[in-house]
Ligand binder design. Structure first.
Ligand SMILES: [Zn+2]
Length: 443
């Protein structure tokens, strides 16, 4: 038997039987799970929607033809809450010379100044969306580099792509710039205007321990309250334990009684605090209602890198401790083939697989699949996504893996992706399609 898309019944009503799914990803069904948190179910699908979720083997006469999935794991389409579509795939023309964070920052800046026309940004962003869609992603939050002339170039492209991809991928964006620009009133005005014209009610920046950090955070929170923005920060992406802007963000959220959503990305240096400092900071993050996304592949690539020295740290934040304290936690892709990360393809199954290994998500509860599904869907406000639920869209990823060891042992390249109950073409775009943009001499 094959789960290739030729095998999906071509009928408006059909069933997927003997599907195995993580109990944490299913709503509205009474099921018993195995020790891995997986349950065998029969899914009824009608006119592109899930109409029933029943224990496998339940008699359902007249429910249409059935495809027996033979115990293969089924996931909802997944949600990528932290990516950089606008930076994607520039590596061939601007590589990271030493693989460090500063090497990434400086070389992206040079490439942006020289090459990021609307055409260039649009083509690379859409390439990323095509990859994400083919891998089975339903929603993407991207950061948009927002400094100087780039503000006027990238935000209209984002709006155009959001409209073009509606119905396939829900796209939303947050501005990205260093917190030192916050004290520049003209800059804040320009970014706020771009977000209001083209954005998704989402604002953010990269926080550093600059002397005026608390004043800058006050400006960001006041601006967000005035305009009704949610917030998304790049936080403490460093091995310097003195970097504690996460704590300052939590204090600012509490001080301003901020009612919007706040997402903190990276928070790497939290893992390098003393246990007392770590517990205090995590307590404030929880009290402030801040959610945290770890970017395991990118963090392991950039952090603790020194020429000639083997890394001793995986680069990731204290994700287990955050989760244990009740902080909503998630993992996401981050960069793809740019100076911040030389690899990546916006494949959340890769992120879940590598995240499981890097963060040791295994042996620690059976609900980690939520970190790329239900939890990011909630922070993005994507109702009904990242979950398998009655009356939800039949947006599913079907695999042949029958348990997590089979699932994580292989890349699941033979997965089938259903959108509204129909299999999509999973052909990935060829990197050669971008060659014409890379023709400028790499410096
Ligand atoms: Zn990022």
């Amino acid at each position: 038997m094959t789960t290739g898309f030729a095998a999906i019944p071509n009928a408006s009503a059909y069933r997927l039987t003997n599907a195995r799914s993580a109990l944490c990803l299913i709503d509205g069904a009474s099921l018993a799970a195995d020790p891995d948190g997986l349950a065998l179910v029969d899914l009824g699908i009608e006119d592109g929607r899930i109409v029933s979720i029943l224990p496998a083997g339940t008699e359902t006469p007249d429910a249409g033809p059935a495809l027996d999935l033979d115990g293969g794991i089924v996931l909802p389409r997944l949600v990528d809450v932290h990516v950089h579509l606008d930076k994607g795939h520039i590596w061939p023309r601007r590589r990271n010379p030493d693989g460090t964070f500063m090497g990434a920052l400086n070389n992206v800046m040079v490439d942006r100044e020289a090459n990021w026309s609307a055409d260039d940004v649009r083509t690379r962003m859409e390439f990323g969306l095509r990859c994400a869609y083919a891998h089975g992603t339903a929603a993407v939050r991207t950061h948009i580099d927002s400094v100087g002339k780039q503000i006027g170039i990238s935000w209209p492209v984002l709006a155009e792509l959001r409209a073009k991809w509606a119905g396939r991928i829900a796209l939303q964006a947050s501005p990205l710039f260093g917190v030192q620009f916050v004290v520049d009133a003209e800059h804040m005005k320009a970014v706020t205007a771009a977000v209001k014209a083209h954005g998704d009610g989402l604002f953010g920046c990269v926080t550093y321990m600059i002397p005026e950090i608390e004043k800058a955070l006050d400006i960001v929170f006041r601006n967000a309250i005035e305009h009704g923005f949610d917030l998304d920060f790049h936080v403490d992406e460093t091995n310097d334990p003195e970097a504690r802007t996460l704590e300052l963000i939590a204090e600012a959220a509490l001080r301003h009684r901020f009612a919007g959503k706040v997402l903190a990305g990276h928070t790497c240096s939290l893992a390098l605090q003393t246990p007392e400092d770590e517990a205090r900071i995590i307590g404030k993050v929880r009290d402030a209602g801040i959610a945290v996304v770890s970017l395991p592949m990118c963090n392991m690539y950039l952090q603790d890198r020194q020429a000639g020295r083997t890394p001793r740290w995986r680069g990731v934040t204290a994700l287990h401790e955050l989760k244990a304290a009740g902080v909503p936690v998630m993992i996401a892709s981050d960069n793809t083939r740019d100076p911040f990360y030389a690899y990546g393809d916006l494949d959340l199954i890769e992120v879940l697989r590598e995240g499981t290994r890097i963060l040791q998500l295994d042996h620690s509860g059976a609900d980690w699949a939520n970190a790329v599904a239900r939890t990011p869907a909630a922070i993005m406000g994507c109702e009904g996504q990242g979950v398998i639920a009655p009356d939800g869209a039949a947006d599913l990823i079907l695999t042949r893996a029958r348990d997590w060891t089979e699932f994580f042992a292989r890349p699941q390249s033979d997965r089938t992706v259903l959108v509204n109950g129909k299999p999509i073409d999973r052909t990935l775009p060829d990197h050669r399609e971008l060659d014409h943009l890379m023709a400028v001499a790499a410096q």
